[in-house]
Structure formats: C-alpha cells, structure tokens
Design a protein around this ligand. Structure first.
Ligand code: BYC
Length: 472
C-alpha cells in the first residue's frame, strides 16, 4: 500500500479509514513531542540532522536521506507486508490461521509483552539524552540522533498496537510509556538494563552492540507471534535495529583501532597517558554490558516463556527454520543452572527452557563481533584477546543471581568476589577516566576525538568531511 506522506502520522495501516483510532493517536502525538522535548536529545530542537526516514515498508522505502529537525521527524507506523496464508508455526495452535484481532484469553499476556517491548524504546532515548554534548564527531552525532529517532518510531509501533487493539487499557498503557523514566526511583523503566546510565560513548557503543542485540532477538521471537499485527510490526522494526548494532560494533572497533595504533606508536599498553582507552578497560565495559544484557532474557527455566510459546504469542528465533515438531511437549533441553551452590548442566523440559535457548542464540551472535574486534588487535601484532565473560558472571536475574562467579566461570565466596571485582567491572575510577575523555562535542566536519579512529565509510556513502549535522 502506498503512503500519503502528507498525513500527520505517515503510515501503511490505512489510518485515515479509522477516525477514532486516528484521533486517539493524534491526541497522543503532542504528549510524545512533549516527552521528546523534555527527555529526548538535550538542546537539539533546532539542529538539521542528515537522517534516514522510513517512508514505506518496501525495500526502497529506506533510501530516503535528508536534513530534518528532529521534532519534525516523521514518526510513522509501518507494518511489514501481510501474508494472507500465514499460519501459527508452533504450540497448541500450530497450523491455525494467525489472528488479526487479539483473542480474548490472550489479551493481558499480549498487552504485557507489547508494553515491555514498548517500554525499552523511550528508555534508551532517555539514557542517551546527553551524549550529543560529547560526540566524538559529526558522523557519530548523526548516528546517535538516527538511533534516537528510530527508537521513537519503535515506541510509535507499540503504541499503535496498544491503541488499535487494546481499547481503554491500551490507551492507559500508552500514557504510562511516557510517564516511566529510565533510572527514576519512583517510576523506573520495566527492565533492569534500561535503568542503567549511558554517560559516555564507550558505554553507548557497548549498549548498542549488546543491548540492542537483545532487541534483535526479542523482536525476532515476537515476529513469530500468532498475533499478526505484532509480528508484522516487529519484522519492520528489525530492519532498523540492524543499523543500531552496526553503530555499536563499528564504534567499539574504531576505539580499539585507535588504542592499538597508539600502543604501537608509543610502545606501551598504557594508552591512558595518550588520552585513549586501554584494552583492559574495554574488557571491563564489555563484561558489564554483556552481563546486564543477558539478564534481559529472563529466567533460565520460565513457565511464562513456556506459556507464551504454547499459546502461540512468542516463538523461538527463526522458528520456522527449526527442524522439530514445534510443540516441544516431549522434548528436553540442556541448560546451565545452580544446585547446592554449584553450576550444573541439567536437562529440563524444552518448553521451560525457551528463554535460555534464545539467550544461547544471542550469545553465539555476540561472539561474532568479538572475532572482528580481536582481529584488529591481532593485525596490530598485539597479544591481547577480548572475551565474553561466563554467562553466570554478574547476573541479577535467574539462578546465577544467587552466586558470585568470575568471568571464567569459577564460583567464589562473597569476600573473594569483592576482592577481585575491580579487575572485572568498571570501577568508579575507570568510569571517571572514560568520562574525562568525553570533551566538548567535535563538530568540525571530518574531525574526530583523539580516542577514536574515523569510520571506514560515511553514512549513505558520504565523504569523510560531510556535514552530517547543521547547528543553525
Ligand atoms: N528485569 O519467567 P521470567 C529492545 C521478571 S530490548 C526485570 O523469566 P519472562 C531495545 C518477569 O517479568 C528487547 N524483571 O519472565 C534494545 C517475571 O515477572 P512476574 C525488549 C524481569 O516473562 C535497545 C519474573 O521476572 N523486549 O528492544 O519469561 C534499545 C519471572 O521471569 C527481568 C522484550 O523484552 C528483567 N530483566 O521473561 C531499545 C520482549 N526478567 O511474571 C530497545 C518482551 C524477568 O513474576 N518481553 N523479569 O511478575 C519478554 O518477552 C519478557 O517479558 C522477558 C522476561 C523475556 C523480558
């Protein structure tokens, strides 16, 4: 379906034919803009930013780049194309047509999942609110703004579902999505990682690498939902998510590049003396962001996850490509868990292990970026390897939260943990050092802060000195 781009809310859901829904969303829009002004990127309303705007769900709907003032960004509602023959691929409803409306008995479950997903989107914008002040280049400044706008669009995607399919409850939930705030002691965001701070660009790149990747896996599971509008929303969101993870992966890689260049130039590991981030500190940030993101997958053994699957509301990663019965009632799955204070491997019913299975897929994917990062280090002739910590390290959710576990998987006493944790997680001093590098934003086109290498290629193939942001 083509989109009337002159509408207030660009969409491919034929909003114009549903006056009640259109009015509800038009009522919510000013409150969203108030939230963007108060909680979104600070002091940026007059900037012209070279942004990509989604203008259709077709393949070429992506190539639409141009200068936009962010409050005027067209936060649209786009669903991926509908497959009229799509059936539910798993669980008790396997083989039945997908639902175009919310089945009554699944209403609260679906609403809860949509709210949890929706809550993360504005949360991340709040977390990144001040990053623009210390951007290492115009290229990076544009990227954080692009991500913020797209997270805003992902919020719109969930709010559309709440308004269109969940009546008054949905409208109330949509209001609440703007009232909870990241790190707010009274009304925090729902999931732990979204209440952490993102005070510096190393944290931002680690967040977009590790935490946005949780987004990829959760969205992919929800894309398998029997509730077709949710599935189609998530399919479209996944395309945007890919750019966010690229920003994280390439951002970390560029910091490493700069660090190893300085190590070789000055024949030292101590690049702090030269205003860069040493590899040991990068490992600590990696440990933190990986472990906090692992928590986002929930408990290793979860009846919630089993119920979502059996009911057909949330599937596995790439469900239809898995070669089993897609019902799983007779299957088992091996997970690591805790017994008598030790980490043990145990077979549990496959349905209960779905969170852990998704976490496995995620961990495997995370490891790929580390191969690239380590190649930069190896190519520089430096004997150092970044590693993913053990999955039981530094956990707050699930069985491992009761243990103290080192990055290489050793269970230890509380006293030993306390004596060693400063080697494994960023200390206050590490954080203060990284923050101290975040000087005033570098806004001269083609220039970069000292602690990061330039990217290999510009956005939309623009030259290195392209003016990605105009300040007016
Ligand atoms: N923090 O049975 P369990 C993204 C609660 S990121 C706090 O394991 P379940 C993005 C849980 O609610 C992707 N509480 O739960 C990235 C439950 O509470 P009740 C976001 C937690 O339901 C970057 C209890 O513990 N999307 O898109 O299987 C930038 C028992 O746990 C946490 C989604 O998450 C936690 N981490 O699993 C922007 C998808 N974990 O029932 C965006 C939607 C668990 O006892 N959400 N609990 O009151 C879900 O699928 C599920 O809610 C979860 C939790 C996988 C998160």
């Amino acid at each position: 379906m083509s989109i009337d781009y002159t509408q207030r809310i660009p969409n491919n859901v034929d909003l114009a034919s549903d006056r009640r829904l259109q009015r509800a969303l038009e009522n919510w829009q000013p409150r969203f803009l108030d939230w963007w002004r108060d909680m979104g990127p600070d002091g940026t309303s007059n900037f012209d930013v070279y942004l990509r705007t989604a203008i259709s769900a077709e393949a070429n709907g992506w190539a639409n780049f141009g200068y936009v003032k962010m409050p005027e960004y067209r936060w649209g509602i786009f669903l991926a194309g509908q497959d009229p023959n799509r059936t539910i691929a798993y669980g008790d409803n396997k083989g039945k047509p997908v639902w175009q409306e919310v089945p009554g008995e699944l209403r609260s479950t679906l609403r809860r999942l949509i709210v949890t997903q929706g809550d993360t989107e504005p949360a991340s914008v709040e977390q990144q609110r001040l990053l623009g002040k210390t951007a290492p280049s115009l290229y990076d400044l544009r990227n954080v703004f692009q991500i913020n706008c797209e997270e805003g669009r992902h919020l719109w995607a969930m709010v559309y579902l709440l308004h269109a399919y969940f009546g008054r409850d949905g409208r109330e939930e949509a209001e609440m999505l703007l009232e909870r705030h990241s790190g707010d002691p009274d009304k925090p965001r729902i999931l732990g990682a979204f209440n952490e701070k993102t005070p510096d660009w190393l944290s931002f790149f680690m967040f977009t690498y590790f935490t946005d990747r949780d987004g990829k896996y959760q969205l992919a599971s929800l894309a398998e939902s029997g509730f077709d509008p949710l599935s189609r929303s998530c399919r479209f969101m996944l395309i945007e998510e890919a750019h966010h993870m690229f920003v994280g992966e390439s951002g970390v890689q560029r910091i490493i590049q700069r660090t190893v260049d300085l190590m070789n130039e000055h024949k030292t590991d101590d690049v702090r003396a030269f205003g860069a981030i040493d590899l040991a500190t990068m490992q600590k940030y990696l440990n933190f962001h990986f472990s906090v993101s692992l928590d986002l997958f929930g408990q290793e053994a979860s009846t919630n996850a089993a119920n979502y699957y059996t009911m057909g509301v949330k599937g596995r990663y790439l469900e239809t490509r898995i070669g089993d019965d897609h019902v799983l009632t007779n299957d088992t799955f091996e997970i690591d868990t805790v017994e008598d204070g030790r980490i043990v491997r145990k077979a549990v019913p496959a349905l209960a292990a779905l969170n852990e299975r998704l976490r496995n897929d995620y961990v495997e994917d995370c490891a790929k970026g580390l191969l690239k990062w380590n190649k930069v280090i190896a190519d520089a002739g430096i004997a150092f390897e970044l590693k993913l910590p053990h999955r039981a390290f530094n956990r707050r959710i699930g069985a491992f939260s009761e243990l103290n576990v080192s990055p290489d998987g050793k269970v230890m006493s509380e006293a030993d943990w306390k004596a060693n944790v400063s080697k494994w997680l960023p200390t206050d001093e590490d954080r203060a050092y990284v923050i101290s590098l975040m000087g005033k934003a570098v806004i001269e086109p083609g220039k970069f802060a000292n602690w990061i290498a330039p990217p290999q290629i510009g956005i939309n193939r623009q030259p290195a000195n392209f003016e990605y942001v105009r300040f007016n």
